[in-house]
Ligand binder design. Structure first.
Ligand code: BJ8
Length: 429
């Protein structure tokens, strides 16, 4: 499809085309500098480059085609919104978290300045009319996780068809009951939106697709334990980011192919960085496209990132819906129980207490053989900033040093970050 045809599509979506063009230009340049400059990339990275180059083009065209066939599009901002159900209703599920400052000023007209960059970004993308995913959505699902998101959804809901799921803050039996009832409420909402009934078979299919996607990502995580590291942290992060945009079945097949290539690479002792390169793991807030600042800083300082403990990383992929329970299930109630159990294992910092996150961070650092962890909080993110101290203590007890970084989407602190990261790497050597 030509650029002119895409322009027509963007106009129909009521995007601000000049502002959107400017965003794509910056994105293209940023991608070129950060991704195309890497040495020793996998052949399978061509898929990543293609998806990213067409993220507002071909993928949006596919979504528009799906809409023309009567399918609905649901957007979300959190891994608590069960994609399994969206797919069971034959709807398209897309992630809307954004990782760029474009639209920040517009956002600050309806949310406070001291709101995290992730929230300002998705609000700004809507107000500045620069996100074709947001504009394609028939319904956008928010969730009551952190205060920033909860309150921002009230303002955001004046511009989009918003639906909010209640996510509990604790993990007692009553909280599980609450989330189960919220899953059922979401199911009913999807049925109203799509006019389709979600039956046992449909939900089993949805669970199968999402479990397969998570398994491919788990496979990738496990392969990253190899030294030399077979894939860069930048590419691995991009894979996790793309998992929220691309068609899930195609994505799974492509990532499994990429893992086959990685296995061959490991067998021949090949890697993206020499054996013995300092191995770091990221932990904390999610990094949405195109938030590649910190991974770039870390990997250009001579380390390699071998894992991401975040929602655009292992927090989203670590747990599957229990396959045995799904195979045995004959009723909707049994399937919803299996879904509830899986989702209540998510260790978001919005929970109190959230001690399982400490175990999960230390276990991942051990499994991927990280020599150090960089804990990343977005400025103004209270939940993750608070947990920085606990994570540091837990990692110290496990003998893994940690560096805490708080930043946003701006580029002003890049030099300062480089200095801090370099100094941290030197202590590891
Ligand atoms: S399950 S991490 S995706 S809520 S960075 S908006 S927490 S102030 S993103 Fe998240 Fe769901 Fe939790 Fe995951 Fe608030 Fe913090 Fe901003 Fe955040």
């Amino acid at each position: 499809m030509s650029n002119a045809a895409y322009k027509e599509m963007w106009e129909k979506l009521d995007l601000d085309v000049p502002a959107h063009d400017a965003l794509l230009e910056v994105l293209g340049k940023f991608y070129g500098d950060i991704y195309m400059s890497q040495q020793g990339r996998l052949q399978g990275a061509e898929y990543l480059d293609f998806v990213l180059s067409e993220v507002h083009g071909l993928r949006i065209k596919e979504i528009q085609d799906a809409k023309a066939q009567g399918r609905k599009v649901v957007g979300s901002f959190c891994v608590f919104v069960p994609e399994e159900l969206t797919l069971a209703a034959d709807a398209v599920h897309v992630g809307l978290c954004a990782g760029a400052d474009a639209g920040k000023e517009a956002a600050e007209r309806i949310v406070p300045r001291n709101t995290c960059a992730l929230i300002k970004s998705f609000v700004g993308f809507k107000l500045a009319k620069i996100c074709p995913f947001t504009e394609s959505c028939d319904m956008i699902v928010g969730e009551t996780t952190c205060d920033g998101k909860k309150k921002a959804y009230e303002a955001f809901g004046e511009y989009v068809n918003m639906y909010v799921m209640e996510v509990p803050q604790c993990k007692n039996a009553s909280d599980r009951d609450l989330f189960k009832s919220e899953i059922l409420r979401y199911k009913a909402e999807l049925e109203t939106l799509t006019g389709k009934t979600i039956g046992v078979e449909e939900l089993k299919r949805g669970i199968g697709i999402v479990n397969a996607k998570r398994k491919a990502l788990q496979r990738l995580t496990a392969l990253r334990a190899a030294d030399p590291a077979p894939i860069s942290g930048r590419d691995a992060l991009l894979i996790n980011q793309i998992s929220f945009y691309d068609d899930p079945v195609r994505f799974t097949a492509k990532i499994n192919e990429l893992c086959d290539e990685i296995e061959k690479r490991i067998a021949t002792g090949e890697g993206v960085a020499p054996k013995g390169t300092p191995r770091l793991m990221l932990a904390g807030c999610p990094m949405a496209v195109p938030n590649w600042k910190l991974p770039y800083v870390i990997e250009s300082a001579g380390a390699v990132i071998v894992g991401e403990e975040s929602c655009i990383g292992t927090r989203n992929t670590r747990d599957l819906v229990d396959e045995e329970a799904v195979a045995k299930a004959t009723t909707m109630d049994e399937l919803v129980d299996a879904l509830t159990d899986r989702y209540m294992r998510i260790d978001c910092a919005c929970f109190t207490p959230n001690d399982e996150r400490l175990d999960n961070v230390t276990a991942l650092a051990r499994d991927v053989k990280a020599q150090g962890v960089i804990h990343y909080s977005l400025l103004f993110c209270q939940p993750y900033a608070h947990e920085t101290f606990k994570v540091d203590k837990a990692l110290a007890a496990a003998g893994v040093p940690m560096l805490a970084i708080e930043t946003d989407y701006g580029m002003e602190d890049v030099e300062q970050l480089k200095t801090r990261v370099q100094a941290f790497i030197e202590t590891l050597e």
